[in-house]
Design a protein around this ligand. Structure first.
Ligand code: ADP
Length: 703
């Protein structure tokens, strides 16, 4: 106790010193009028710097607070006075943390201050003690730390966003490098961008210049009601949609806030695809040099900014997507070209084989090649060419021989170019074809032989024709010479008899002259046949049709044939109509006469003397529009296997006697002339027994 009062006495003694050295401003106010009663230097100093540097401490002491507070900030002064009053009235202390005070030089200082009620012995607040400490330095230091933190946080956010953008771009670039399929590249891009930016809708369209439209490649949409919006499948170049307009320029189209633009009237509010939740919109036209490849469009629920992550990410992805689309376009163009070339090769009538130099594999053969070699296409492509030796392709016996076309391939693989070489192909069924082959080595850019190209043409038909023509020429010269020799022989006999005055008797003379006339007729017929053949081949044979009596014509033909027949009797049989009534028909009388003459003279030629020949005509009321004609003989007949060939030109059956003259043209002309009358000809024959040739002839005039 003694000790305590001693300390108290010592404190009183040093209170002044303590108050002056305490690192805080201390002041005592009257609790009723808020007059400043006492303060330490630090308080004065603060008030002076805060208010007015020239203000002396004696103008403060004894003066109420309201008087010396700065008048400029009346509201703040009033608030302070109110605060003092509250503390005085309530007896509760007030504490202010980091109270900011603006100095006349505009700088801010911060104070932590508190106002404490000082009660008298009855507990009434008689004084107010203010205690204030300048915390400006620590506040400013903290502010600096906070600012540094804010800018660091901002930097971090930007870095994270940039990293995120790079990740998306990297994903798109990687998928573009790893895949050739544009759809999967597009989908990877759309997925990566969507996951990072959360757009309302993101679409990648490919330009389709042929359709004059943008075709949807990939879409990502979070809008559940997309089904109700116009389809994005095809956007015509004429469409009012921004994506369609984007192709008119190279620059991206950026609408920071669609709703603002609509509100300002610059865009119509009824734009297709515009939804109330849509804010930002970006559309990037994808150009590769001067080629418009497509568009990348995205809409967002928040506004977008030119330097924002949305624009930056989409712009970062766009070169990769452009490259992928261009690549797909060029690839498709090459594929198209390849398919076209392949279609051309597939359709060519010439056989084409491509053989690999490395192992002799046939890596391409067209249908014509397969047909000429007599193998199914799948037995040819993928096999090696030397597998196709004579005999079975799957038979590896040593007796197999390489086929002639194998040598052509080998020569091409050795670098030799050959054209127009005639060779023979043995088909698996044993038949042979004549082919004309050309071959050439295929070289790569370095000139190394990588394969062989073999082109071959089936010239069997031409060969056969050539052969037939040669045979025909020798036959024709022989056939023409025979009547000429006979005519000359008979003429010489007549001439000699006239010169030597050993006149032949009139009967012999008549017989010789009759022979000359008959041989001349034969010669004329041969020459006419040849002319007709030429006319037919040159499409110059025309009919001169009119109404004629078929029955009368037949009677005339039979009468004249009976005169020249070799002892055969030629009879007319009429069925289905009266033999005395005319049978009217619309035909070329000369040509139908020629047809019947041909058939009857063949019957005469190929049947024995004394046999009978029947010429028939059937004309029924059931089918008055046509007549059936036939010529039946009991001659040598035609071998069954040759029946299908008998109407072909130059074909003469194998059962003929050498002495039986003819060019093998008569039946061919019959068939062609009947066909021109829209009729039909056929034969029934048994070798050694005889033949019947039928002609079905339309009688009506065709419209
Ligand atoms: P060709 O001048 O040889 O008679 P065609 O074209 O008239 O020529 O006849 C072709 C071939 O048809 C004849 O060579 C013959 O082999 C056969 N042929 C035609 N008519 C008869 C027939 N009535 N009887 C037997 N064979 C016939």
């Amino acid at each position: 106790m003694h000790m305590g009062s001693q300390i108290h006495a010592t404190l009183n003694e040093y209170a002044g010193i303590l108050l002056e050295h305490i690192p805080a401003g201390v002041a005592l106010f009257d609790a009723r009028d808020f007059c400043l009663l006492a303060a330490n230097q630090r308080f004065y100093h603060f008030i002076q710097t805060h208010l007015d540097a020239s203000r002396e401490s004696d103008t403060l002491i004894g003066h109420p607070l309201a008087e010396w507070l700065p008048a400029a900030d009346a509201a703040e002064a009033a608030a302070l006075v109110a605060l003092f009053r509250t503390v005085s009235e309530t007896g509760l202390p007030y504490q202010a943390e980091e109270y900011a005070v603006r100095l006349p030089n505009r700088n801010l200082v911060y104070w932590n201050w508190s106002l404490h009620p000082v009660p008298d012995e009855q507990g009434h607040t008689i004084h107010l003690a203010l205690y204030g400490r300048d915390v400006t330095a620590s506040v400013l230091a903290r502010h600096q730390v906070e600012e540094a933190h804010v800018s660091l946080t901002r930097l971090h956010t930007t870095t994270v966003a940039a990293r995120q953008q790079l990740k998306v771009i990297e994903t798109v670039a990687r998928s573009a490098r790893a895949s050739l399929d544009t759809r999967s590249i597009g989908q990877a891009a759309v997925d990566a961008i969507s996951a990072s930016l959360q757009p309302l809708r993101l679409s990648l369209h490919v330009a389709d210049p042929r359709q004059q439209a943008l075709r949807l490649l990939c879409l990502s949409s979070t809008q559940a009601r997309d089904a109700g919006l116009p389809s994005l499948e095809y956007i015509s170049y004429d469409s009012p949609l921004i994506a369609a307009q984007a192709r008119k320029g190279y620059d991206p189209i950026l609408v920071e806030n669609v709703q603002d633009v609509v509100a300002s009237g610059m865009l119509p509010g009824d734009l297709p695809l515009l939804t109330p939740d849509m804010r930002g919109f970006i559309c990037i036209p994808l150009w590769l040099k001067d080629h418009f490849e497509g568009t990348l469009s995205a809409s967002f629920p928040e506004p977008v900014h030119p330097h924002g992550p949305e624009v930056q990410t989409l712009l970062g992805c766009s070169p990769h997507l452009t490259a992928a689309l261009a690549h797909a376009r060029l690839h498709a163009a090459v594929e198209d070209e390849r398919a076209r070339l392949r279609a051309i090769l597939d359709q060519l009538p010439e056989g084409i084989l491509l053989v690999e130099a490395a192992d002799g594999t046939i890596n391409y053969a067209n249908a014509a090649a397969a047909a000429i070699l007599g193998l199914p296409l799948h037995d040819l492509v993928g096999t090696t060419f030397h597998q196709h030796a004579q005999g079975n392709a799957h038979d590896d016996t040593p007796s197999r021989h390489a086929l002639p076309w194998n040598f052509v391939v080998i020569r091409a693989l050795c670098g030799e170019t050959a054209s127009g070489q005639e060779t023979v192909v043995w088909q698996p069924d044993g038949s042979t074809l004549s082919i004309l082959s050309s071959s050439a080595p295929l070289r790569n850019q370095e000139g190394v032989i990588t394969g062989a190209l073999l082109v071959f043409q089936d010239i069997t038909a031409q060969k056969r024709l050539e052969h037939e023509k040669n045979a025909f020429l020798s036959l024709a010269s022989h056939e023409l010479r025979t009547p000429i020799t006979a005519i000359m022989g008979f003429a010489e006999i007549l001439q000699l008899s006239a010169e030597q005055e050993q006149r032949l008797n009139p009967a012999s003379q008549r017989a010789l002259l009759a022979q000359i006339v008959a041989q001349s007729d034969h010669l004329t017929r041969l020459i006419e046949e040849m002319f007709d053949l030429t006319r037919l081949e040159n499409a110059q044979l025309s009919l001169h049709c009119d109404w004629h009596d078929l029955l009368a014509m037949l009677n005339e033909v039979i009468a004249s044939q009976n005169i020249t027949a070799h002892g055969q009797s030629i009879q007319l049989v009429v069925q289905g109509c009266a033999a005395t009534e005319p049978v009217r028909g619309y035909f070329d009388e000369q040509r139908i006469r020629q047809i019947m003459n041909n058939l009857i003279s063949n019957a005469v030629k190929y049947s024995p003397t004394g046999s009978s020949i029947e010429v028939g005509l059937q004309c029924t009321s059931e089918s008055p529009e046509e007549a059936l004609l036939w010529v039946r003989d009991h001659g040598i007949g035609i071998p069954a296997h040759e029946l299908p060939l008998i109407f072909e030109r130059f074909h003469r059956a194998s059962n003929l006697d050498q002495a039986m003259s003819g060019l093998g043209l008569g039946l061919y002309l019959v068939k062609e002339l009947v066909a021109r009358h829209a009729g039909r000809v056929w034969v029934e024959s048994v070798e050694g027994q005889g033949s019947i040739f039928y002609v079905l002839l339309p009688l009506q005039r065709k419209a």
